[in-house]
Write a protein that binds this ligand. Structure first.
Ligand code: B1M
Length: 211
């Protein structure tokens, strides 16, 4: 790998957004293929970040800062990737369920997924079932990710799955859930396709569900 791509990956890993943006621009100006910049530098750096978090050597704020650096670099690359016709690995609709304001974890998951090359439609907090279903249909999503942080709002998750069934689109989309009060048992109980405990696990789960 070139020194420039190595330094760029290191900047993302080191949570240094300014340097990540500067080096991404430099790589583009030098004529490097945006797909190579993404796949050989940025994505492996975020994989390393996820691994460090899973091993307990990195905390959430540091993971968010690396994700921000990645997002800064992606702002430069996204239009170039779109021009060169590089398809996202899959389309994921993400949101926190109705009545639930907690969106920090959901945003972190969304950033990690973007870092892994997925296109994320982030519906934000307090998303009603109909809005999830509409977004799945409109974007032809491969995965629907739902977050809930309250025991009183996690009960909206099965309602969203029922709404997908009623609209006849349940078979077209995998459903993944996460958030502190939910679990693999709950995912099984409500008929979701998977559960992830944190952002790094969510990225692995979406890869599994779409491969
Ligand atoms: Co609230 N809150 N809160 N809160 N809040 C909790 C969740 C609570 C556990 C605090 C407590 O009592 N100890 C408690 C819930 C109790 C329960 O139901 N069991 C609680 C409560 C009660 C409330 C209110 C009801 C308080 C009140 O008003 N009386 C109220 C509810 C408002 C509402 O939603 N309608 C409320 C409000 C708020 C704030 C608005 C002040 C703020 C949210 C701000 C925001 O998000 N924009 C807030 C916060 C910050 C918290 C705590 C302190 C932190 C949550 C957080 O952001 N964690 C929380 C206590 C705690 O967790 N220590 C608490 C960091 C985040 C990175 O982790 O969200 O778990 P997390 O996300 C993780 C994983 O869960 C997973 O990956 C993420 C990254 O690792 N994940 C997914 C999450 N979503 C996923 C989706 C996936 C996959 C993985 O899809 C595939």
């Amino acid at each position: 790998m070139s020194d420039l791509l190595e330094d760029l990956g290191q900047a993302v890993f080191d949570m240094d957004e300014d340097t990540a943006v500067e080096l991404t621009q430099k790589a583009v100006d030098e004529g490097m293929d945006p797909e190579v910049i993404l796949n050989d530098s940025l994505v492996p750096a975020m994989d390393d970040v996820g691994e460090e978090y899973e091993e307990g050597d990195r905390y959430v704020p540091e993971m968010l800062l690396s994700a921000e650096a990645m997002k800064g670099a992606m702002k430069i690359l996204r239009p170039l990737l779109a021009e060169s016709g590089v398809e996202p690995a899959a389309i994921v609709v993400m949101g926190t369920v109705e009545g639930d304001l907690h969106d920090i974890g959901q945003n972190l998951v969304s950033m990690m997924l973007e870092g892994a090359g997925f296109e994320v439609i982030n519906l934000g907090a307090e998303t009603p079932a109909e809005e999830f279903v509409e977004a799945v249909k409109e974007h032809n999503a491969n995965v629907l990710g739902m977050s809930a942080l309250l025991t009183t709002t996690m009960t909206h998750m099965p309602e969203v799955i029922e709404a997908l069934e009623e609209e006849g689109v349940r078979d077209q989309v995998k459903v993944a859930i996460g958030g502190a009060p939910v679990s693999q048992d709950y995912a099984d109980e409500i008929g979701a396709d998977g559960y992830a405990a944190d952002a790094a696990a969510a990225s692995n789960l979406v890869k599994e569900l779409t491969s």
